[in-house]
Design a protein around this ligand. Structure first.
Ligand code: CA
Length: 239
């Protein structure tokens, strides 16, 4: 995966969390037709595993699930640092205002009541992704005062050009596509270097150091957060 050619090939991925097979198939069919990559989990526990494994771009979460309710799944996703910003749309038969509020209170980004039209659902999914992850719909990524133009292969901070090596560029791109999310070194290796390449985890530290040096210059704020024993995130929250 390299440079500009990959940009158009990136399909946003959606995890469907629903236990009704008929509805799962309806959703899968419509989402795939709309250009999404689709994964399915049938209950909350499967959902947490699938999120950890597949890192979906958005979760479509049914309220009524066996074992653990959709609301509880939503809370769990929000509680974990590495999934706290994962976009969630709740799906439910309940249409009352009180439930809507409860869903949004639990951390859902949007709420769609059944029955819904697939076309409307897909436009809501696109709207949430555009709002939360412009990376998936734009050729330009931005975070704080950083801008990455994927077409021109150019990075600026506060309007000033930043020169990055190809690995630092890919690393920054991945972080900018998932701002605020904490990634373990191994996850960054898989995403940036590729799963088939054997590279030591320490290599990530080396490239993060170079990336920091290039981005921070003399006295800019550090935009990369090191999470002890966990990994790295693009995050200015602590500043
Ligand atoms: Ca259900």
């Amino acid at each position: 995966m390299d440079g500009v050619s990959a940009v158009n090939a990136v399909k946003p991925s959606v995890l469907i969390v629903e236990d009704e097979p008929g509805l799962v198939e309806l959703l899968r069919y419509n989402l795939e037709r709309a250009g999404f990559e689709v994964a399915v989990a049938n209950d909350g526990e499967e959902a947490m595993t699938a999120i950890a494994e597949h890192r979906p771009d958005l979760v479509l979460l049914d309220w009524m699930l066996p074992l653990m309710s959709g609301i509880e799944v939503c809370r769990q996703i929000r509680r974990q640092a590495d999934t706290a910003n994962l976009p969630i749309i709740m799906l439910t038969a309940r249409g009352e205002e009180g439930d809507r509020v409860r869903g949004l209170d639990a951390g859902a980004d949007d709420y769609v009541a059944k029955p819904f039209s697939p076309t409307e659902l897909i436009s809501r999914i696109r709207a949430v992704l555009r709002r939360i992850r412009p990376a998936l719909t734009d050729q330009v990524l931005s975070y704080a005062d950083l801008r990455m133009d994927l077409t021109a292969h150019r990075v600026t901070r506060n309007g000033k050009n930043i020169h990055l090596g190809p690995t630092e560029f890919r690393l920054l791109r991945y972080l900018m596509e998932h701002p605020g999310r904490v990634f373990a070194r191994e996850q960054l290796l898989d995403a940036v270097w590729g799963k088939d390449v054997y590279v030591e985890a320490r290599t990530v530290d080396v490239h993060i150091r170079r990336l920091r040096k290039a981005l921070n210059g003399e006295n800019e704020q550090d935009v990369i957060r090191t999470v002890r024993a966990a990994g790295y995130a693009l995050d200015t929250a602590e500043l």
